[in-house]
Design a binder for this molecule. Structure first.
Ligand code: ATP
Length: 377
């Protein structure tokens, strides 16, 4: 199947030992290997300065790698200038030509290559981005989201094997951003080529991408499907970057089959070994993680109602806020200090106010285990 994939989509993007040290001696990307499967929607996710744009620019040919190679399918493109690579980039500043109408903006790449009859292709592209009606308008007459779609059409008309998107939605307001996320996802599914999308917004990466590479300090911390990264982070960095996590420092006190028994203070907790990225030897230490929405909260007077087999911790409500879809609690307790709990779709218990004694409980299957030597922050 790899040869048919290669012809349909141009093959995987394969970075091998790629790194970038800038002239001032600063290493923005440390040697990394990364394979972006052909036809996938791939996100490079990370905080500002982690090296994601530099990585993207090395794929585009806009930045020369200090070490390593860039391959597209069978072709080593490391030494090729940008215009010789079957790659196009859409930037946050869409840089449309202000004096040309939308049609001519999209036609630009074809005209530059001396192609005379552009009408059919341009119209197809405008339909793809749902701007068929706007062909004769000038860029300034369109909304930000529409202008961004013109930029996408203008890039796609060159039939790249790979479309690179560098924070393309960064300039849009939240609502438009959400619409455009779905829109870009639809376009990618329709054209079937590889999209590599750079963003610092975890929700955006999770919404759009099949595969996300979480970057930190010039390297890829973890790579996987959004659900996998969320449910099975392998470091506190990834756990915290993709949402809120609560952690308990534990010691492994026993094991029955796949289930580990953990001791924390005078509490006992359980965790499944296959949800654990650290060694699971008895006597070893672990960080047990659990997401706020996986935790149930009950008043201490109702402690007897907690089903057996649940992980449970006792504490006191420090803070609560009703945010419509859920109520968020911050709890303090010997083993759950600063825990966040999101209670969704439940009758609000009027006793659950700051100061109330509570029991937190959750299904052990919803915990993940991390190496205990990391910082929790
Ligand atoms: P952002 O979202 O802010 O663009 P990023 O994760 O995309 O962040 P890069 O743009 O790849 O990060 O930059 C990584 C680091 O390299 C940053 O610390 C940046 O200051 C530095 N850097 C970028 N370009 C250069 C350059 N030409 N010379 C020296 N340092 C650079």
């Amino acid at each position: 199947t790899s040869s048919s994939t290669a012809t349909e989509h141009g093959g995987d993007v394969r970075l091998t030992g790629i790194s970038k040290t800038y002239d001032n001696g600063f290493t923005a990307v440390r040697p990394l290997d990364l394979t972006v499967p052909a036809g996938s929607f791939f996100a490079l996710l990370g905080a500002s300065g982690c090296g994601k744009t530099t990585t993207l620019r090395m794929i585009a040919g806009l930045e020369e790698p200090t070490t390593g190679t860039v391959r597209l399918g069978d072709q080593d493109v490391t030494g090729l200038p940008p215009y010789k690579r079957p790659v196009n980039t859409v930037f946050q500043s869409y840089a449309l030509f202000p004096h040309l109408d939308i049609f001519e903006n999209v036609a630009f790449g074809l005209r530059r290559r001396g192609i005379k009859s552009v009408k059919k292709q341009v119209e197809e592209m405008l339909d793809l981005v749902q701007l068929g009606e706007q062909a004769r308008k000038k860029p300034h007459q369109l909304s930000g989201g529409q202008q961004q779609r013109v930029a996408v059409a203008r890039a796609l008309i060159n039939h790249p094997q790979v479309l690179l998107l560098d924070e393309p939605l960064g300039a849009l307001d939240l609502k438009l951003r959400r619409q455009m996320q779905l829109e870009l996802k639809r376009i990618q599914t329709e054209v079937g080529i590889t999209f590599i999308h750079v963003t610092h917004d975890q929700e955006e990466a999770m919404t759009m991408a099949d595969t996300v590479a979480v970057m930190n300090a010039g390297t890829v911390e973890q790579l996987g499907a959004p659900t996998d990264l969320y449910e099975n982070p392998r470091s506190t960095f990834v756990a915290n970057f993709l949402g809120t996590s609560n952690f308990v420092s534990c010691e492994i006190s026993g094991r029955g089959g796949d289930e580990l028994t953990l001791t924390a203070g005078d509490g006992k907790l359980a965790l499944f070994a296959d949800r654990c990225s650290a060694p699971t030897t008895t006597g070893g230490k672990l960080l047990l993680g659990v997401r706020p929405e996986k935790i149930s909260i009950v008043h201490a007077d109702d402690a007897a109602s907690v089903p057996v087999g649940r992980n449970r911790l006792t504490g006191r409500i420090k803070d609560s806020s009703f945010i419509g879809v859920s109520t968020q609690y911050v709890v303090e307790g010997p083993l759950c200090d600063g825990f966040e709990v999101y209670a969704q779709n439940v009758e609000r218990d009027p006793r659950l106010v700051p100061g109330a004694e509570v029991v937190l409980h959750w299904n052990p299957a919803h915990s993940f285990g991390l190496d205990a030597t990391q910082d929790v922050e």
